[in-house]
Design a protein around this ligand. Structure first.
Ligand SMILES: Cc1cc2nc3c(=O)[nH]c(=O)nc-3n(C[C@H](O)[C@H](O)[C@H](O)COP(=O)(O)OP(=O)(O)OC[C@H]3O[C@@H](n4cnc5c(N)ncnc54)[C@H](O)[C@@H]3O)c2cc1C
Length: 465
C-alpha cells in the first residue's frame, strides 16, 4: 500500500510539474521567483499573488525544499514536546491554490545571472527513487529568502554532537532524544544500576532568546513528563539543565534590565546558567569549556549563532559577506545585481549609516516582505524603488508557565517600555496568530486557534510518541 501511495504521489508531482512548466512557458507576465517559503518568503508570495498576480501583472513562483511551512519561533515548543508541529504546518500547495501562485518543491543549487534562471536539485522519495528531475526556473526578478543555518564557529565536535534547532526535523530529533534519555534514566532508577543517581544532563549552548526559551520550556516539560510512569523522574533532582553563554550575561542582545530579570526567572526555574563560559569541544557524552571540568552531557543543543545558507557563496558571484549573507542595499537589492533581492535572515540589510545590520528576526523578515510586496509593484511599473525602513516593535521572551518578559516600542514612545505579566503573555501569543492571519485571513486563523484550543483539551499536553 505504501509503495502504491508513493508511486501515486510521484506521478502526481510529475504531472503537476509538467503543467506548471507549461503554464510558465505560456505566460508573458513579469516572473517573480521567490526561493524560501519561511516568514518572509511565504508572506511575500501570498501578498504579491493577491496584488500583482490577480491583476495579471506578474506570475509568482514560490520555491521551497520542503512541502510545508512552519513558523520557526515555535520550534522550542515543538522540541520540548509541548506542541505537535503537524497541527501548525501550512502546506505550500494549498496556500498556492488559495492565493494563486505556483509552488515548486526543490532545493536551490545554482544560479545563472546572465541567463536569469535558477537550478533546483532533483527530488527523491524515501527509497532514493527520483520523483522530479533537476529543473531550471526562469525569472525576471529573483527574491532569495532562504533563512539561516546554525553557525558552529568551528568548535570541535559541535556539528557532530550538538543538535541544531533550525527545522521541524531538528525539533523532533531533540524531542526523541529527550524521551529516550528519560526512559533510560527511569529504567536505571528502577533497576538500581550504577547510573541510578546520575541526572539527565541537557546542555544548551547559547543563551540568546532561543536558548533561554528552550531552557524554560524544558523545565515545564520535565515536570509534566513526571505524570507518565515510563518517564517518571523527579523534575528537580533527576534533571540538570544548563545554559552556557560566552558573553557575560544571558540575552546579551537585549537590555541589562531584561537580562537581569531573565537570569532571576531562570534561577527560580532551576536552570543553571554558565555565563562568560566558552565551549571548546563537544563530545558524545560531555561538553568541554574554558571554565573548568568537562560537563556531563546526555543531550547537547547549539543555539549560539547563525549564518546564511552555504549555497549562497556559490551562486554565480552574488555579493555575500563573511557570514554567507547576501549583501543588499536599502532597496533590498543585491549590491551587485539589481534583479536579485535578499530578504530575512539570509540578507545583510543596513540598519543605519554607521555600518550596523539588522538582526535575524521574524519581525525583520515580516516587515521586509510587506515592503517588497510594495516595492516590486514599483519595479514592475518602471518606477524608482523606495528604501526599506525597519520599525522595531520590541522583543518578548517566553518562560512558559512562568510568564513572558520583554520590551515593546512604537513610534509614539520615546524609548522601549519593559513589559511582563498578562500583557506580555497576551502579546507574545498574538504574534503567532497575527502571522497565521497574514497568511490565511481572519476566519481561518480564528478556526485554527479554536482547533488548537480544543486539541489541548482532548490530547495529552506533552507528546510522548
Ligand atoms: C527556535 C527559534 C526561535 C526563534 N524565535 C524568534 C522570536 O521569538 N522572535 C523573532 O523575531 N525571531 C525568532 N527567531 C528567528 C526567526 O525565526 C527568523 O528570523 C525568521 O524565521 C527568518 O525568516 P526568513 O523568511 O528569513 O527565513 P525562514 O523562516 O528560516 O525560512 C527560510 C525558508 O527557506 C527554505 N530554504 C532554505 N534553503 C533553501 C534552498 N536551498 N532551496 C529552497 N528552499 C530553501 C527553508 O526550507 C525555509 O522554508 C527564532 C528562530 C529559531 C530557530
Amino acid at each position: 500500500m505504501a509503495a502504491i501511495d508513493q508511486q501515486a504521489s510521484a506521478t502526481t508531482q510529475r504531472a503537476h510539474h509538467a503543467q506548471s512548466a507549461q503554464r510558465m512557458d505560456n505566460s508573458a507576465a513579469h516572473r517573480v521567483v521567490i526561493v524560501g517559503g519561511g516568514v518572509g518568503g511565504l508572506g511575500l508570495a501570498t501578498r504579491l499573488s493577491e496584488s500583482l498576480g490577480r491583476a495579471g501583472l506578474a506570475q509568482i513562483v514560490l520555491v521551497d525544499r520542503w512541502p510545508t511551512h512552519f513558523w520557526k519561533p515555535l520550534l522550542h515548543e515543538a522540541a520540548s514536546g509541548q506542541l505537535d508541529p503537524a497541527t501548525h504546518q501550512l502546506q505550500y500547495a494549498v496556500q498556492a491554490q488559495r492565493h494563486g501562485f505556483e509552488f515548486e518543491q526543490g532545493e536551490l543549487t545554482a544560479l545563472d545571472r546572465a541567463e536569469r534562471h535558477i537550478t533546483l536539485s532533483a527530488l527523491h522519495d524515501a527509497d532514493g527513487r527520483e520523483i522530479l528531475p533537476a529543473r531550471q526556473i526562469a525569472f525576471d526578478t529573483l527574491v532569495l529568502a532562504m533563512g539561516s543555518v546554525t553557525q558552529y564557529f568551528g568548535v570541535p565536535g559541535a556539528a557532530e554532537h550538538a543538535l541544531p534547532l533550525e527545522s521541524v526535523a531538528h525539533a523532533e530529533a531533540f524531542r526523541r532524544k529527550l524521551l529516550d534519555a528519560c526512559l533510560r534514566a527511569n529504567h536505571a532508577r528502577r533497576a538500581q544500576t550504577a547510573h541510578a543517581a546520575t541526572p539527565v544532563s541537557i546542555n544548551i549552548i547559547g543563551a540568546g532568546a532561543t536558548g533561554v526559551e528552550l531552557a524554560a520550556a524544558l523545565r515545564d516539560t520535565v515536570r509534566l513528563l513526571n505524570r507518565y510512569s515510563p518517564f517518571s523522574l523527579d523534575p528537580v533532582r533527576d534533571f540538570r539543565i544548563r545554559l552556557i553563554e560566552s558573553s557575560g550575561r544571558v540575552l546579551p542582545a537585549l537590555s541589562e534590565t531584561i537580562s537581569a530579570r531573565a537570569q532571576r526567572m531562570l534561577a527560580s526555574l532551576g536552570v543553571e546558567v554558565l555565563s562568560a563560559t566558552r565551549v571548546t569541544e563537544v563530545r558524545a557524552d560531555a561538553v568541554l569549556t574554558d571554565g573548568g571540568a568537562p560537563l556531563a552531557s546526555d543531550i547537547a543543543i547549539w543555539t549560539a549563532g547563525i549564518s546564511g545558507p552555504p549555497v549562497l557563496r556559490t551562486l554565480d558571484g552574488i555579493a555575500v559577506n563573511r557570514n554567507a549573507q547576501i549583501q543588499v542595499n536599502r532597496t533590498l537589492q543585491c549590491t551587485n545585481d539589481p534583479n536579485i533581492f535578499g530578504l530575512g535572515d539570509c540578507a545583510a540589510c543596513p540598519a543605519d549609516d554607521a555600518g550596523a545590520f539588522l538582526a535575524p528576526r521574524a519581525q525583520v523578515a515580516h516587515q521586509q516582505a510587506l515592503f517588497l510586496a510594495r516595492a516590486l509593484k514599483c519595479r514592475i511599473a518602471g518606477e524608482a524603488l523606495p528604501g526599506f525602513v525597519y520599525r522595531d516593535a520590541g522583543t518578548l521572551v517566553g518562560f512558559g508557565r512562568e510568564g513572558t518578559i520583554g520590551s515593546l516600542s512604537n513610534s509614539l514612545l520615546t524609548q522601549p517600555v519593559f513589559v511582563d505579566g498578562w500583557l506580555a503573555t497576551a502579546v507574545y501569543k498574538l504574534i503567532y496568530r497575527r502571522h497565521v492571519m497574514t497568511l490565511t485571513g481572519f476566519a481561518r486563523m480564528a478556526l485554527d486557534t479554536a482547533s488548537h484550543w480544543l486539541r489541548r483539551r482532548v490530547h495529552p499536553v506533552i507528546r510522548l510518541h
